[in-house]
Design a protein around this ligand. Sequence first.
Ligand code: OAD
Length: 267
Amino acid sequence: MQEQRELISRAARCLLAARYAIALTGAGISTESGIPDFRGPSGVWTKDPEAERRAYASYDRFVADPKGWWEDRFFGKSVLGEVASASPNAGHLALAELEQIGLLKCVITQNVDGLDEKAGTRRLIEYHGNIHKLRCMACDTRFAMEDYDMAKLLEEDMLPPKCTGCGGVVKTDGVMFGEPIPQKVALESDEETRKCDLMLICGTSAVVYPFAYLPHSARSSGKAITIVEINAEPTPLGSEGISDFLIQGKTGEVLPALVAEVKRLRK
Ligand code: OAD
């Protein structure tokens, strides 16, 4: 505990000294909102490896048969459970507060749950999209779920939905395994990574690429950068020498403590 307090204080000093700090987040930051992660002890892939294999096949199925893929959606349920009713937790709120007080410039999240937006984070890049949105596969325009009446389209045999702008096939916005990251999202994330001199990496196993390249490319750029992990368990970023240090613990506890420490040091 003493060691955790010292590391939080070290991270707070790094934040105060940083010119451009950003946060990278993963499913771990949302577990305290009741949404399971993927690879933690109670993760959806840990508990059901078959579901992970199905997830790997899903994008190919969409490309081959978007109509069938959409029809299946009416009968399947999300592996993440009831995401729509979830609320941001103290971890999401702490990141939003760090942005509000001017110490954090951007959050790049792998999460599709929309909780950072609900927490009030303004400069947000949803690297793997958003489960509540839709996206045209041809022009990348994003739509709200409510923009389309899916039940009516199913009834009228009009699936898959089509883009109102270009007529392209519309898919859910969440990026699936094997699907390219939308170009604008990838470019903006690279740009934020180039600009930052402090990266706070919260609640991710950092094993899914290309997202996991972001800390690697920050580290190999040759510039001075501090990379801090906040996670329940060690990740390859530590063993591969990418992160400077790990604050081991829950993001819903460590991040608010970090905000409190920053405010204390600022006085
Ligand atoms: P993972 O499930 O791989 O990793 C979550 C990490 O957070 C694990 O190391 C957990 O131990 C840790 N963790 C869990 N709860 C925590 C808490 N309260 N505080 C701190 N740490 C906690 O999730 P991601 O790294 O986000 O992609 O997974 C990356 C991608 O793999 C996802 O975006 C998704 C998935 O398959 C796609 O679906 C394309």
